[in-house]
Every structure is written in C-alpha cells, then in structure tokens.
Design a protein around this ligand. Structure first.
Ligand code: 5GP
Length: 129
C-alpha cells in the first residue's frame, strides 16, 4: 500500500507544495514545529533514509539545500535546522525547520497555523526558490 507521502506526491491527498523535480518533493509539514517547517522526500518509497542509495541520499540533500535557502529568506530565523526522525511515516524524509535557538527543534511543541498562514508562508518560500 502506498504511503501517505506517496499519496501526497500523486495529488491524492492535498498539501502545501513547495517544490518538486523528477526524484524529490518538498511540502509543508501539517503539524509544524515552527512556521515554515517543511519536509523533503524522495518520490521513490523507502521507509528508512539510510537505506537510500548514495546517489539518492546525496541528491535529496542537494534538493533540500535549495529549499532550505528559500525558507531562510522567507521566514525570520538564524538558520535552518535539519532533522531525521521517521518514526511516524514509513517514507524517508528530512525535516527542515527554521530556528533561532536550539530549543526551536523541539518535536513536542507545535505551532498552530491557519490555512491562510500556510498559504502565505508557502507563497513566500516558493517566491524565494
Ligand atoms: P516522523 O515520521 O519524522 O516522526 O514525522 C512525520 C512528520 O510528517 C510529522 O512531522 C507529521 O506532522 C508529518 N505528517 C504526517 N502526515 C502528514 C500529512 O498527511 N501531510 C503533511 N503535510 N504532513 C504530515
């Protein structure tokens, strides 16, 4: 059965899309730790990032770098924190999180964002790609 993220890539489940190319896809996390929290995934399903081939994990990081640079410009922050957890969704993904201090990377805290805010932040990130 397709993962929830594969269904997002196919457009079967809506998302606030940031970017895609032939191999990778970026979209905003629905339950963000910070405004601008974005996920980067390979379109090919694999449940564990460190099972990806060298070329795929390398390509995903280069793709994530472009997205991170755009988030940096779109959201006030010191830099973009990177995390890999993967315990909830069995489809490899990288969390990109705008941070100003270490405690901003707290996955037990979440920020509420209205649909209008998601659309506004999405627009700002996409404009900076
Ligand atoms: P992890 O697998 O790294 O522990 O967490 C999965 C992440 O995916 C969580 O931050 C969660 O909010 C996000 N997530 C789970 N389901 C969806 C979804 O359907 N849409 C979006 N945009 N994000 C999701």
């Amino acid at each position: 059965m397709a993962t929830i993220f594969s269904r997002i890539v196919k457009g079967e489940i809506p998302c606030y899309k940031i970017a895609e190319d032939d191999r990778f896809f970026a979209f905003m996390d629905i339950n963000p730790v910070a405004k601008g929290h974005t996920l980067v995934i390979p379109k090919r399903e694999d449940d564990y990032i460190f099972n990806l081939e060298d070329d795929e994990i390398g390509g995903m990081m280069v793709f994530a770098k472009k997205v991170a640079k755009a988030i940096e410009k779109a959201v006030p922050c010191k830099r973009i924190g990177v995390a890999v957890i993967g315990l909830e969704v069995p489809h490899a993904h990288i969390h990109l999180i705008p941070i100003t201090q270490e405690s901003d990377m707290d996955f037990k805290k979440h920020v509420k964002m209205s649909e209008e805010e998601f659309i506004e932040v999405q627009k700002r990130i996409v404009e900076n790609l």
